[in-house]
Design a protein around this ligand. Structure first.
Ligand SMILES: Cc1cc2nc3c(=O)[nH]c(=O)nc-3n(C[C@H](O)[C@H](O)[C@H](O)COP(=O)(O)O)c2cc1C
Length: 197
């Protein structure tokens, strides 16, 4: 994740590829219940920050670096789209009972699309950062950008050219990556993982 950017614009062709690849993410039942609010003008990006923080004129290091990003994408998920899709004849969950869902696939699929956005950005030589929208500000973001009730923002992604000064290092500078053996459970949960050969 990159948290400090130059003001160099993102090539529109790169942004198009980023968004095209996002729509290649897998989705449950091929529901594709996602929507991507794209803010790629200085004015629109500033509207995003104005809606989500009071510190716009006195930013801390994180906000200063992030606010320079020339693009903000707000990936949104639609639970309603999944309930509707799975009520179709080939799925048959006509009761639209949410208890049928092991986890909220609508958020999962947008998360997968978000990773493709980040990976495409890196592949194109730029950087990105997925970050949360403060819960108290989600209403303001909805209102500012007229996001319909059927869609929920799951977070936001800055995109742009990484600054030489990389900005806040983030959590990996404060905690180690877990060992494979601590997170892989072979056979049963108490079985240790094996280091790859
Ligand atoms: C769901 C999610 C929410 C995150 N929220 C934030 C955030 O609010 N602010 C931030 O600076 N980074 C955020 N991150 C980035 C993580 O801090 C980062 O991915 C993690 O520390 C690993 O670093 P790396 O992605 O650079 O390897 C978020 C990442 C995910 C997947």
């Amino acid at each position: 994740m990159v948290r400090s950017y130059t003001t160099e614009p993102v090539d529109p062709a790169v942004l198009d590829r980023v968004l095209t690849n996002a729509t290649r993410a897998p989705s449950a039942g091929f529901s594709q219940g996602w929507g991507f609010l794209v803010l790629d003008s200085d004015q629109d990006v500033r509207r995003y920050w104005a809606a989500t923080t009071d510190e716009i004129d006195d930013p801390d290091q994180w906000l200063r670096g992030m606010m320079r990003a020339p693009v903000v994408v707000v990936p949104c998920s639609s639970k309603a789209a999944y309930l509707k899709r799975y009520a179709e004849p080939d799925k048959g969950w006509t009761d639209m009972d949410e208890a049928r869902w092991p986890v909220p696939f609508w958020h999962m699929d947008v998360a997968m699309a978000s990773l493709l956005i980040l990976q495409t950005a890196v592949d194109a030589g730029i950087g990105g950062c997925f970050f949360g929208i403060p819960p108290k500000r989600v209403g303001a973001v909805r209102e500012e950008f007229a996001i319909p009730d059927a869609f929920d923002p799951v977070g936001a992604i800055t995109l742009g050219h990484p600054a030489a000064e990389r900005g806040p290092a983030g959590s990996p500078s404060r905690r180690p990556r877990k060992d494979l053996a601590d997170v892989v459970h072979r056979g049963n949960w108490s079985g240790g993982g094996h280091e790859p050969g």
